[in-house]
Write a new protein. Sequence first.
Length: 197
Amino acid sequence: VGQAVRRRGLQEAEFYGLRDWRSGDSRRWIHWRTSARRGSLVVRQFEEQRSRDLALLVDLWQPVEPSDSQRDHVETAISFAATLIADGCRQPGRRLFLSLAASEHVDRSGAASPLFFRQRMDELALVEPHHDPRFPAAIAQALALVPSSTPTLLVSTRPIDWAALESAAAEHNSPLAGRSLQSVDVTSAELSRYFQE
């Protein structure tokens, strides 16, 4: 979901190549051997990688008397969300937003860090699904808190009711048009495309 944005020659990150020295370049970047061989200053060039933020919206619906497969869907959605948060917290500088439509609604945001990871894992371990058959308005409310440019992933334990989401989002002045929004219904085969052996 996240996407790396690369700019060359600005900060020390991953080595990219060599180029002629320019005013403002750090002396630490000078490649002395090549400079001596060429008779002019040459500096190392790096790629700067900046991770983008991520918003994760999770609809943990389950009927009042669930089947075994419906219980499994909730566990799958929680595990999937935990995996995404764990991955996001490995990328410093990234901001993460988590919204759980559950028996008790949860909205959390913060900088990716070991603390953010531990706190979200504790919440996911204890979360209970909700039983409301309607699409949760809390998801649309959470969407209104997320900047439209932030990549957003909606994870649900049932097929997503796009008309209901569109309507609820419009009520909160947060239209879906122009958003970077993707969805995963854990009951469908589409979930397998996010995993590799």
